[in-house]
Design a protein around this ligand. Structure first.
Ligand SMILES: CC(C)(COP(=O)(O)OP(=O)(O)OC[C@H]1O[C@@H](n2cnc3c(N)ncnc32)[C@H](O)[C@@H]1OP(=O)(O)O)[C@@H](O)C(=O)NCCC(=O)NCCS
Length: 157
């Protein structure tokens, strides 16, 4: 797993994409404290307990550093930032039935924009999975020698 570097000062515009998705009935927002157990359980069910643990860290922050996409009162996707490390993006995921509509891209851009607003010039995609997704949508580049990243020697079941 390699880390990727992203220029936060040259992020693509996303207002139109957000408007288009909102017109389709999606709601995007930073999650809030009373939603912690619901969001954590959802991430554990759809992705992994490791990501659910990172989500818990997001909920220890104010504002909560986890953006959720909601459709018809159901979580469609989520994106966190500054969970395992400062300046890091992730984890993120979109429920399978909602993929391919631009949700992953918008959640990525909103989370990176939040990192930018908190003062960073560059963001890091920590232990990137689909590298091509990040290259395509935010011009991310691999950080040489970063594999296996901070996630090396991870304790897990
Ligand atoms: C990666 C993920 C978040 C993408 O979500 P999505 O909502 O389907 O993505 P989008 O619809 O926003 O895609 C935006 C663009 O990226 C492209 N894209 C999506 N997934 C891609 C991938 N794996 N590789 C390359 N390009 C990808 C799309 O084709 C689309 O291109 P377009 O704008 O030219 O049409 C989703 O597939 C997912 O949840 N995967 C499992 C969890 C995961 O791997 N998370 C990342 C961990 S680092």
């Amino acid at each position: 797993m390699t880390d990727l570097l992203v220029k936060l000062y040259e992020l693509p515009e996303y207002t139109l994409l957000k408007k288009q998705l909102e017109e389709k009935g999606y709601i995007f927002k930073n999650a809030i404290a009373p939603e912690k157990t619901y969001v954590k359980d959802w991430v554990k069910e759809h992705f992994s307990i490791l990501w659910a643990d990172e989500v818990e860290v997001a909920f220890s922050r104010q504002p909560v550093s986890c953006i959720v996409a909601i459709k018809d009162k159901e979580i469609a996707g989520f994106a966190c930032y500054e969970t395992t490390c400062k300046g890091f993006f992730g984890p993120t995921g979109v429920q399978e039935k909602f993929r391919g509509e631009g949700l992953g891209k918008l959640l990525l851009l909103m989370a990176l924009d939040a990192l930018k607003a908190s003062g960073y010039a560059y963001g890091i995609i920590g232990g990137a999975g689909p590298i091509a997704f990040y290259e395509k949508n935010v011009g991310a580049i691999p950080i040489p020698g970063s594999a296996p990243s901070i996630y090396q020697n991870l304790l897990k079941n």
